[in-house]
Design a protein around this ligand. Structure first.
Ligand code: KIV
Ligand code: ZN
Length: 514
């Protein structure tokens, strides 16, 4: 069976999208999960974009040895240099250089002639190839480029040492036929007939996966994609959809990948926990409803034989129907088994904290579901070192008076003076009181609450984003009491901020906040 490489760009093209920024630590967590998932290439970032991006590519390169680690660079000296330095610790480093080739990009974005573009390709692809063996060249906006010029550029890139040529449908404009036509044209050029090809499809018209699969059929060696399809605008081709198409319709495609499909659900969930952005419920493969059968007639069919309405099993993507129910009397072993069955391996030091949280919750709630455990896990996954911790709070709220809140916090285990404040509502009063108690003048810019499960004893999961000095920081809290969940989320965001800028409030110049 032919093999197609999976090039994952969740940490570069995906992370670039608004609301999806991740810290270095979070990116490393995702990279480890992607390595276990079995992707061939992890595009870890764009080192020239920010010191934080440089740092994440460097750390991922030093820690991920099972797959190729790629760094993106424009065709200029400083980008190529930074990318080379960032991947220097990787077992299998790749530099991914790109330049736009469409007339519209040349005229309005690059202000370059075609000859000048060709000159840059020759110079900087050669520069990258002199430093790193594996060099990918992308012709940005390839699908809207003059086909003859695209071939000329690819020829120049190949001659200068590119080891793989990528065809991006940057604006998601192509049809599957367009993609196939371009691939056939490239393959027909004698000097390019042996070079590995790749595609990178965006989803502006909802065609990213269809276009990627057409490219696979036309013989490309690599597809670029992201987990849950996250990415610029309407996103990139979704990794899980491409992989499951190749799997479920293997007789049609005859192409395999190295992905362990049973890890798909855990990786998708990890990404949503880290970014706080949920997957749309009806999304193929990873949406909450992807394997749910609601209509009676469907349920009846599935009960008789699952294949009536299921073309793949939930288990094949790692969605296990878990029959172990946890409660107050469950021990640490049962708890650990449960986490493992959900696809999460928690390091022992975090497991202690998580088990404590679980015990506290099981005192308040009779039956602990997988969703409750996921909600607790999120704290562990975000792994924000605790500087401030909630000691106690009092909230008064009514429909006749302003709300008030007094809160007392522990700072590195020591009690701090109580902060008291009023607010239009109890949450505002609580957040104002925390600002007073910490002496930090943060502003709330996003607040989301949801019930983790149904039922009167459901936990409330609160996600917040706070802003200070033009940088934003996320925080998360969960508790059956929604006021307490909100207070914990705000404190978590403050801790996140202090950890990123330094507990003394001085920026260490790292990443862009998350
Ligand atoms: O969409 C695009 O063209 C890209 C390139 C940098 C590959 O992301
Ligand atoms: Zn892209």
């Amino acid at each position: 069976m032919r093999y197609c490489k999976i090039f994952d760009s969740t940490l570069r093209d995906g992370e670039q999208a608004p609301g999806f920024s991740m810290t270095v630590k979070e990116k490393l967590k995702m990279a480890r999960a992607l390595e276990k998932l079995g992707v061939d290439v992890i595009e870890a970032g764009f080192p020239a974009a920010s010191p934080g991006d440089f740092e994440s590519v460097k750390i991922i390169s030093e820690n991920i040895k099972g797959c190729t680690v790629a760094a993106l660079a424009r065709l200029n000296e400083s980008d190529v240099e930074k990318a080379c330095q960032a991947v220097s610790g990787a077992a299998k480093p790749r530099i991914h250089v790109f330049i736009a080739t469409s007339d519209i990009h040349l005229k309005y974005k690059l202000h370059l002639t075609k000859d000048e573009v060709l000159e840059k390709v020759r110079t900087f692809v050669a520069r990258a190839a002199a430093r790193v063996k594996d060099v990918e060249f992308s012709a940005e906006d390839a699908t809207r480029s003059d086909p003859a010029f695209l071939i000329e550029v690819f020829r120049a890139a190949r001659l200068a040492g590119a080891t793989i040529l990528n065809i991006p449908d940057t604006v998601g404009y192509a049809t599957p036929e367009d993609i196939v036509r371009i691939i056939e044209a490239v393959k027909a050029v004698p000097e390019l007939s042996d070079v590995p090809l790749s595609v990178h499809c965006h989803n502006d018209l909802g065609m990213a996966v269809a276009n990627s699969l057409a490219a696979v059929r036309a013989g490309v060696d690599q597809v670029e994609c992201t987990v849950n399809g996250i990415g610029e605008r309407a996103g990139n081709a979704a990794l899980e959809e491409i992989v499951m198409n190749l799997c479920v319709r293997s007789a049609y495609y005859g192409v395999g990948t190295g992905v362990d499909t049973t890890r798909i659900t855990a990786v998708s969930k990890l990404l949503t926990m880290i970014t706080g952005v949920k997957v749309q419920p009806n999304k193929a493969i990873t949406g909450a409803n992807a394997f749910a059968h609601e209509a009676g007639i469907h349920q009846h069919g599935v009960m008789e034989n699952r294949e009536t309405y299921e073309i793949m099993t939930p288990e094949s993507v790692g969605l296990t129907e878990n029959r172990i129910v946890l409660g107050k009397h469950s021990g640490r072993h049962a708890f650990e088994d449960k986490l493992a069955s959900m696809g999460f391996n928690v390091p022992p030091e975090r497991l202690d904290v998580l088990f404590e949280d679980f015990k506290v919750l099981s005192d308040k709630k009779k039956v602990i579901s997988d969703k409750d455990i996921e909600a607790l896990l999120k704290n562990t996954i975000l792994d924000i070192p605790e500087i401030y911790r909630l000691d106690r709070y009092i909230i008064n709220s009514s429909n006749i008076l302003s709300s008030t809140c007094s809160v007392r916090l522990l700072k590195n285990g020591e009690r701090t003076p109580e902060g008291s404040a009023m607010g239009g509502g109890p949450i505002e009063a609580a957040f104002n009181a925390i600002n007073i108690a910490t002496g930090i003048d943060a502003a709330l810019c996003e607040y989301r609450i949801e019930a983790v499960t149904g039922g009167i004893d459901a936990q409330g999961a609160v996600s917040v984003r706070i802003k200070k000095d033009d940088r934003s920081y996320k925080g998360y809290g969960v508790d059956p009491n929604i006021f307490e969940a909100s207070v914990k989320a705000y404190i978590n965001a403050i801790n996140n901020m202090l950890n990123q800028i330094g507990a003394d409030g001085v920026s260490s110049g790292g990443h862009t906040g998350s």
